[in-house]
Each structure stands twice: as C-alpha cells, then as structure tokens.
Unconditional design. Structure first.
Length: 118
C-alpha cells in the first residue's frame, strides 16, 4: 500500500492551493486520514484530520483557512488551503490508518512542498 501526495507548489501570500493524497494497493479499509507539515528546523505538526465518518479536527493556526475533505470511494483525502501565509511554508505529508495484511497501521505519503513567498 502507498499514499501519493500531489498539489504543492510556490504561491504568493493570500493565494490558494489544493493538496490531494490518494491511497493505493490492496486496502480493505481506511479509518482516519490527515495532513501534517514540517517546516525547516521544526518538528512535524498536525494540520488537519478527518475520520471515515467525516468528523474533522484542525490546528488552531489553520482554522478558518484550510478545509480537509475526503472521497471514500477514491481513497483520497484533500486539503484546500486558502489565504496562505509565509508561515504555512513546509513539506506537507498525508497520513492514513489503513487495514492491510491483517491489521490496521498508519502510513505516510512522500510529502509535497508548499512555499508561500512574495
């Protein structure tokens, strides 16, 4: 199984980006999915999570600007990022708890760079 993230890029402050992350492989079930980010010199931090029922949780720093969603039939999670700020610059990683090979386990995507700069 693997998670493939896409959608990062270079944008100016105030602009928007949409990240996508698709799970592939012999997946029986997916529980929580989420996005984390890691800025240079900092630890990886939670951005947003979503349960398979659609309940969401956000870091305070992104509330009101970012929206997480998922398409269960496509095994895909999205992160709509609006009103981006320079402090949002980081590598963004997707994460999912997936049932594979007889057990649930957390898997990480490869990361996608988001740079917010004028």
């Amino acid at each position: 199984v693997q998670l493939q993230a896409s959608g990062g890029g270079l944008v100016q402050p105030g602009e928007s980006l949409r990240l996508s992350c698709a799970a592939s492989g012999s997946i029986f079930s997916i529980n929580d999915m989420g996005w984390y980010r890691q800025a240079p010199g900092k630890e990886r931090e939670l951005v947003a999570t979503i349960t398979n029922g659609g309940s969401t949780n956000y870091a305070d720093s992104v509330k009101g600007r970012f929206t997480i969603s998922r398409h269960n039939a496509k095994n895909t999670v999205y992160l709509q990022m609006n009103t981006l700020k320079p402090e949002d610059t980081a590598v963004y990683y997707c994460n999912a708890e997936m049932y594979y090979s007889g057990k649930f386990a957390y898997y990480w995507g490869q990361g996608t760079q988001v740079t917010v700069s004028s």
